[in-house]
Ligand binder design. Sequence first.
Ligand code: UN1
Length: 514
Amino acid sequence: MPNHTPLFKRLGLVNHPRFVAKPPAQPGTTIITSHNPATGQTLAGVRADTRASYARTLDTAERAFRSWRSVPAPVRGQLIRALGDAFRAHKADLGMLVSLEVGKIIAEGQGEIQEIVDIADFAVGLSRQLPGHVFPSERAGHRIIEQWLPLGPIGVISAFNFPAAVWAWNATLAAVCGNPIIWKPSLLAPLTALACNAIATRVAADHGHPDIFQLLLGTDEEIAKPLVADKRLPLISATGSTRMGRAVGQAVAARLGRSLLELGGNNAVILAPDADLKLAIPSIVFGAVGTAGQRCTTTRRLIVHEKLANKVCTSLVNAYAQVMTKIGDPTRPGTLVGPLINAHAVASFEHAVAAARAQGGTILAGGARVKRPSLKGGHYVQPTIIRAPATNKLPIAQEETFAPILYIFTYKTTQQAIDIQNSVPVGLSSAMFTESYRTAEAFLNNDGSGSDCGIANINCGTSGAEIGGAFGGEKETGGGRESGSDSWKIYMRRQTSTLNFSGSIQLAQGITFQ
Ligand code: UN1
C-alpha cells in the first residue's frame, strides 16, 4: 500500500489535532474515516465534532463576525489574496489529495484547486468594489443610496464531488463580504476539508483573524440538522442532491433564513444538423465521462438531429472504445476515467443501466462494472452510452444518476430538441452545437422560450464552467447562484438610505401633513 504520510505531512495534516492516522476498523461516529475509492483502502480519519464542539464553533463564529465585519473590505481582500497564494503553493499536493480521496484524475484534482485560486483572485478584486447604487429622489435636495453590509456567519454544506472548490466559492466571497464561514463538508471527503480549512485558518491567523474559517464535521443528526436550523446563521449555502436541498431549503425557510441551493443537474447537449462534430464530439466525451460522470454539470443526455444520429453514435462509440483503455488509477498520468465514489454509486449505475434496458434502451457502449484484477477493490464502471428507443421514451433518463451514462435522443425540429432538453425536473447546464446564428438564438432566446437552465452554452460543453459567471440553475436545481457575476450579493444585506440635505422636511408621494 503506498505511503501517503509525506503528502499528509506537507499538507499539515499529520500534526493536526483532529487527524487520525490509523482509524480503528469500527470507528462508530466519533471518527470519520476516509477511503480511497480507487482501492477501497483506508486513507486516514478525522475526529468528528460533537454537540459541545458545535456550540463552541457557533460562539466563536459570532465573536469572529463582530471583529471581521469592521475590517475594511479591501483589507479583508488582502487576507484572501494571501489565501489564494497559499493554495497556489499547495496546488499539486491538494490536487493529489482530492484524487486520492474522491478519485478524480490528476488534471481534474489540480483543476479543482485552480478553481480556488481563480475565485480568490475574483474575490480580491471584488473587495475593492461591493458596489451599491445611487437613485434619484423625487424630492429636491434628497438622494437615495443603497449599500451592502456584512450578513453574519455563513453555513456552507458541500458535496464529495467538488470537495474543495465549492467551499472556496462560498468562503472567499463570504469572507470579503465580511462574514465568517462554518463549513460542513461531505463525510466522504474529510481529509480534503481538513487540509483546505487548515491552510485557510493558518493564513487567517497570520492576518490576525484566526476564527473566520471553521469546520464542522459530523453526521446529519449531530451536526448538519442543528446547523441548518440555527438562527445564528442567516444564510445556508448547500450543494448536493435535490433530496438534500429540499430538506435544507424547507428547514431554513421554516426559520425565515436565506438559502443558496445548488442541486442536481440533468444536462443535455443538443446537436443541430449543422453542428461542427470536430468541436462537439470531444466536448460531449469530456462532459459525459469527465470526473466519471460525477459533476453536477456532467452531460447526461445527447439530443441529436435525426440526420446526424447514426454518424454521431458511431463517432462516440469509437471515442469511448479509446476511453475504455484509459480507465484506472486516477493518480496515474494518462488515466482518463477514475472510480465512482463508493459501492452505493456503483449500485445506482447498475440500477440505471438495467432500467434503461427494460425501458427499451440500447446499450451502445459500456454498461457494466470494470472487473480488471489490477483494479480490485476500486469502484470502477465503464463509461456507457444508451440510445433511447425510436419513441424517445426513456423514463430513467429523467433522473440524475451520478455515473458516466449518456442517453441519446433524436429530434426533427429545433423546437422539439428544446422541449426534450427542458423536459426534466432540474435545470442546471445545457449546450447546443450549431453553426447557425438563428438556431443558436432559438436556444438562447431572450423571450425565455429556449433553454430553461441556469447555464446555456453555444459550441461549448455543459461542464467546466469558469468562475467568472454566476453558477447555478433553475427548477429543482434550487435557483441559487454561486461564484462569479453578482453572486456575492447573497452574502450581504442590503440597506436603502434616503439622505436629506435640503434643510426642510418633504414627504414622499406629495403628502402634506401639517
Ligand atoms: C459541481 O459539480 O458541483 O462547471 C460544480 C463545472 C465546475 C463546477 C462543478 N466548474 O463543471
